[in-house]
Design a protein around this ligand. Structure first.
Ligand code: SF4
Ligand code: SF4
Length: 134
């Protein structure tokens, strides 16, 4: 993906929102890649965790189209590996929150197979509501 850098993007409302919602300093990340190397679900992602934070640093709102922000399992593996103390799950949550506020719902309840709904643990359903639906 081609990135066009500008000061206005680096200081954009999007960057401020991500930092405010997550409570994290995006520029703390030095792109070492340890988070991506240890992420247990990286193979299912369309973009590595370190790439997600890089795009957020650069104010690239295209990152909101990535499946990665929905696939992140908040397992905290990356948090234990990050030498800069970046809490990536918080950043992923902030990106999901911004998407949800913009009206994106990742799953449509009406399209879930009834058999699946019957079999899913209630905790998983409630957790899914929290993560995927505004
Ligand atoms: S491990 Fe930390 S510093 Fe390294 S790329 Fe990931 S978030 Fe950035
Ligand atoms: S919290 Fe998310 S990004 Fe970090 S290692 Fe777990 S699944 Fe990967």
């Amino acid at each position: 993906m081609r990135a066009v850098l500008s000061l206005s993007k680096l200081r954009s409302q999007f960057v401020r929102d991500v930092e405010e919602i997550s409570g994290e300093d995006l520029l703390a990340c030095n792109q070492c890649g340890k988070c991506s190397a240890g992420c247990p679900v990286a193979a299912a992602m369309d973009m590595l965790p370190s790439q997600v934070i890089r795009m957020a640093q650069l104010g690239m709102t295209e990152v909101l189209q990535s499946r990665t922000i929905w696939i992140c399992a908040s397992c905290l593996t990356c948090v234990t590996r990050c030498p800069k103390g970046v809490d990536l799950p918080r950043l992923m949550e902030a990106l999901r929150e911004i998407s949800l506020r913009a009206g994106a719902s990742e799953i449509d309840l009406n399209r879930l197979p009834p058999d699946l709904v019957r079999e899913l643990p209630q905790l998983a359903i409630v957790g899914g509501f929290r993560k995927y639906i505004k």
